[in-house]
Design a protein around this ligand. Structure first.
Ligand SMILES: [Zn+2]
Ligand SMILES: [Zn+2]
Length: 191
């Protein structure tokens, strides 16, 4: 058994703890695009979790439930999310909280991928105070400026948590190069 001092030294930092929880949640994602997990934290407690996939009662994305995810060549990268049946991890966070009547104002979000344009504006409007992400996501060029304006409006901002992701290739099959296992430069792609 480690001594008390050893235990203190080895205690996981809060950011890593919540991001690893988001990574565990991500394991349930069934989307053919990127697999994303997120947790909602209020006053240092997890109040909701979410991962991306088709709505309840619909065929899973990896069983062909979502046309956009099944046929990415038919849709421009990083766009047309309104044509995607998959509900994003961050949307599922807010919707889960809504379903169970949990107030989200002032909470912070840990997500395994930087929120897309749509999710970011929803998080802002839900009065989420800060967003922490693992992998970057970039909006298409014509949305860049508006995306940055929304980012700046998040009270405590949005920033990356740098921890290793052993499951990056699985989580982002369309982004990570198979040979190196390293994440390719951030590109707008299907979430
Ligand atoms: Zn999907
Ligand atoms: Zn999104």
């Amino acid at each position: 058994m480690p001594s008390k001092d050893t235990f203190t030294a080895e205690r996981m930092a809060r950011d890593e703890y919540y991001m690893r929880l988001a990574m565990a949640v991500r394991e349930r994602a069934s989307c053919l695009g990127s697999r994303v997990g997120a947790v909602l934290v209020l006053q240092d407690r997890v109040i909701a979790t979410g991962y991306n996939g088709t709505p309840m009662g619909m065929k899973n994305c990896d069983e062909g439930g979502c046309d956009r995810c099944a046929h990415p060549e038919r849709y421009p990268a990083g766009q047309g999310y309104d044509a995607c049946i998959c509900v994003h991890a961050e949307q599922n966070l807010l919707l889960t909280a809504a379903r169970f009547g949990i107030a989200v104002r002032g909470a912070v979000v840990y997500t395994t991928m930087q929120p897309c344009f749509g999710c970011l504006k929803e998080l802002l409007q839900a009065e989420i105070e800060a967003v922490y992400y693992l992998h970057p996501w970039q909006p298409p060029d014509h949305l860049q400026e508006q995306y940055e304006r929304i980012q700046k409006a998040i009270p405590h901002g949005i920033r990356q948590v740098n921890i290793p992701d052993e499951r990056a290739a699985w989580a982002m099959p369309r982004r990570v190069t198979a040979e190196t296992g390293h994440a390719a430069p951030p590109v707008a792609d299907a979430e």
